[in-house]
Design a protein. Structure first.
Length: 147
């Protein structure tokens, strides 16, 4: 059992990063459909200055930021709140249970984004790349006479 725990502990940041990339890609597709009508929707693209257009813009831009892992914590926090609002405005009036009101996806996205806002981007992220560059650049250089 210890070997399995060691294996999963080593894989956790990588799986976390892969999950973030997939969630970001899926969320981007929702925004792309609302804003750009790609893939084509029977309703067409939403007016950018409508409520649906604003939600689509947040989904498109936020999904891309989540996918590449840039500003992950704040973006995920905003998107978590957006999906909670979407659930209570659109789905909850149709019944309390998500299985009844077709709100499972909104709840799932809300809690995955809440997790990402607390846990960060994980592996394979621009946040991680930038934080490594900042920490290397800000690390103290040894004095010439100390060498």
């Amino acid at each position: 059992m210890a070997n399995f725990d060691t294996l999963t502990a080593a894989a956790t940041p990588r799986v976390h990063g892969i999950m973030r990339i997939i969630i970001g890609f899926l969320f981007t597709a929702h925004g792309s459909q609302k804003v750009l009508n790609i893939p084509a929707s029977p309703n067409g693209a939403a007016d950018l200055f409508s409520f649906m257009g604003f939600a689509g813009a947040l989904e498109l831009i936020g999904g891309l930021l989540i996918m590449v892992g840039l500003f992950t914590r704040i973006t995920a926090f905003i998107l978590s709140g957006m999906m909670a609002v979407a659930y209570f405005m659109v789905h909850a009036p149709q019944g309390f249970l998500p299985i009844v009101n077709k709100g499972e996806l909104a709840v799932l996205y809300s809690f995955v984004f809440l997790f990402l806002s607390a846990a960060g981007a994980g592996a394979y992220s621009l946040d991680g790349l930038l934080s490594r560059r900042v920490s290397v650049a800000s690390s103290p250089q040894p004095a010439a006479d100390a060498i």
